[in-house]
Each structure stands twice: as C-alpha cells, then as structure tokens.
Design a protein around this ligand. Sequence first.
Ligand code: CDP
Length: 224
Amino acid sequence: MMNFQVAIDGPAGSGKSSVSKIVSKALGFKHIDTGAMYRAVTLEALKRKIDLNDEHAYSFLNELDLRLEHEKIYLNGQDVSKKIRSLEVTRNVSLVSSHKFVREKMIELQKNIALKGCVLMDGRDIGYNVLPNANIKIFLTASSEKRALRRYMELEEKENVNIKDIQKEIELRDYMDSNRKINPLKKASDAILLDTTDLSIDEVCDCIIKLIKDGMENAKRCNE
Ligand code: CDP
C-alpha cells in the first residue's frame, strides 16, 4: 500500500477545513482534522468542569476514547461533531491546546493514524512538527477580514452576530496560537504558501489536487 502524506496548516478561516475535506474525498485520502481533536478535548474538559489552566487536570486523556471516522468525531463512542463547534469550545480551545501534556497525547494519536496509507492532515503544527517528512506541505493564509467574512457566511444563525466581533475572536486566537511556547502556528520552511484571500474554494482545491497528483507521480517514479 502506498504511504503518502499531505500536511495543510494555517489560521482560522484560511479555508483549511473545507479544502481538506474536498481534496481528501476527491483523492480517496484519509482526512485527519487535528483541530477537531483539540476541540473534542476542550468539550470533554468543559463537561468535567476541570480547571482549564491546570495541566495535571487533563489526566482523563489517558482513558479517553477519541476516534475520527468519515468526517465525524466520536468521544467515548458518542458523535460530538456538532458540539465541538460551539462558541464555548471555540473560546477555550487555544488555552486547552497550549498544554504540553494535551499536545503530546494528541500528537501520538495523530502520528499513529498517519502511519498507513494516504493521509491528509490539517492543523497548525503539522508540516514542521507532526509530519515533518510529509510529501507535500501547504500553508494557507488569507486576510483576517476575509477569514471573518467566511466564518460569518458559514453561520446558520446570523442574528446578533457581528462580523467585527468574529474578526476580533479570530485575531485573538491567531495571536494565542502563534505565540504559545509549544508547537505554535507556524509555516514549515519547506511548505508552499498559498494566499486564499482572492481565491474561490474550487480554485484552491484544484491547485492543491494538482500539487498532490504531481507529487504522487514523482514518488512513484522514485520508487521504480
Ligand atoms: O476551524 P478553525 O480554524 O476555527 O480551528 P480548528 O482547526 O478547529 O482548531 C481549533 C484550535 O485548535 C486552534 O485555534 C488551535 O488552538 C488548536 N489547534 C492546535 O493547537 N494544533 C493543531 N494542530 C490544530 C488545532
């Protein structure tokens, strides 16, 4: 079985999640949404009402059953794909994912899932930390105005929501994710930078699918 790894990193609203879903489906790759994993840990931590600042309080991760299947995420057998997108989880996930213990646990899981087959993993530290030998690395960016607009358009309930507030929330999360001590949001030095501000989702997907197909052809040739 061919083992081919694609790493896609970038900040909130850069298009990572949507693009990763479409591209992995089109190419038959296993998609690993690492943000969803940190969100699920946050959901569980909030449910347990632990002190989110206390790294020792996350020992529950030693027994947690976390699984990603067909674009859904399961916590101890329960589908929590919708719940992990709540405002409360979004507001706390950067704090939760800044802990060394939490990251070690998640990265161990992520590396294990990526051992076999063709995988596309998206997150913040994939290209330079989780999969440093990935065959293709991409870093997506976009202006924070455009990213806020995309998030606003995604919302089902638009009443009482203000784009400026979404932009502030995104900028605060960018700041926390980029400035934390462990595995901050960062472009791998060998990642391809793709600014999606003025690109449609189809244009971004076409570009990435081409990069992956070319990369797979090259890898096959090298193995012959
Ligand atoms: O979809 P969105 O861009 O809002 O974020 P996400 O990909 O669901 O990730 C949520 C949060 O998880 C990020 O803001 C980071 O704090 C954290 N995260 C991380 O620390 N490392 C990763 N590899 C992925 C996400």
